[in-house]
Write a protein that binds this ligand. Sequence first.
Ligand code: TXA
Ligand code: MG
Length: 344
Amino acid sequence: MTPPASPAADRATQVLPATSPARIKAAAVAAARLIAEGRLVAFPTETVYGLGADAGNPRAVADVYAAKGRPAFNPLISHVPDLAAAARLGVLNDDATRLAAAFWPGPLTLIVPCRDTDAICDLARAGLATTALRVPDHPAALAFLAAAGRPVVGPSANRSGHVSPTLAAHVLADLSGRIDAVLDAGPTMVGVESTIVDCSGPEPRLLRPGGLTRAAIEQVLGRPLPDATGGDAAKPTAPGRLASHYAPRAAVRLDAEEVRPGEALLTFDGARPPGADAAALVIDLSPAGDLTEAAANLYGALRAIDARGAAGIAVVPLPREGLGEAIADRLGRAAAPRPKDIQS
Ligand code: TXA
Ligand code: MG
């Protein structure tokens, strides 16, 4: 008989250190064993830490939603160790196969028709006929996924509506006591979530800008990659793309030309607008003006500003090219009006 679901905040959270090649194997095997038992294990990827569970175990997937405090079921990305595993789970058309061959392992998620609806249960897909697949570019994640031998769902390992974690310490700050373990491999490299491309229809569409640039994808496709949403954030095509998301506690003010009293300053490329000297805290995402570095530092900076207790965050105008598209997307959501349930 299945034991009753444990309350969301009643788990002893183990830390599995995976910071050296020697430790990765043991940690990956221990984490995979927990996944097979239906437990929740946060794991590093090159983008952000994910909250892992067996994609074929509806109860474990339900526990993921409970641990995150996610208000509604929302389809999850299934993580696998290689293209062959992905092709067993989903139907990859020619474009999907070319993108996967070019960019996996890497910060790209493909939406494709689901082939194996047992291995990726209805709840993991939120009842959709399609599924999201991704091969992360991280040695600890790949060892863990290979050991698990099954797809592992992985929404970002944060409380719902909060900023995604780029360190195991961020995961613990949000989810300690609510998950069974975290594989700790230090800071993630990319810092923003994967780019999501919908390959379930005749033409690929961009669902979410992310760690892989639109330009890189267009180069492989040999043609432009249009948005799925037509830029309308109120009607997201990726079901989980709420306008307000990725939010720190402090109110976010974009394209700020000055810093107002009580605000922290989030800046770039050495810019110091008027009022910067009196700011509660100044964080330069990349003093050298490098967007890759800025993306890697973004979520840690938002958490640091929250830790300082600033009432607001003034954000200087940032370039929109390359990874600037994903940074602008996340900051835009952080600045959007918030539903009541994610304000506390
Ligand atoms: O970098 C990432 O992608 C991280 C790491 C942990 O892999 N994961 C992540 O997962 O960002 P999550 O759950 O925060 O975002 C998944 C997004 C959601 O917006 C969801 O609506 C969308 O993917 N999605 C999943 N399955 C989908 C489907 N079948 N059709 C359309 N959108 C889908
Ligand atoms: Mg998320």
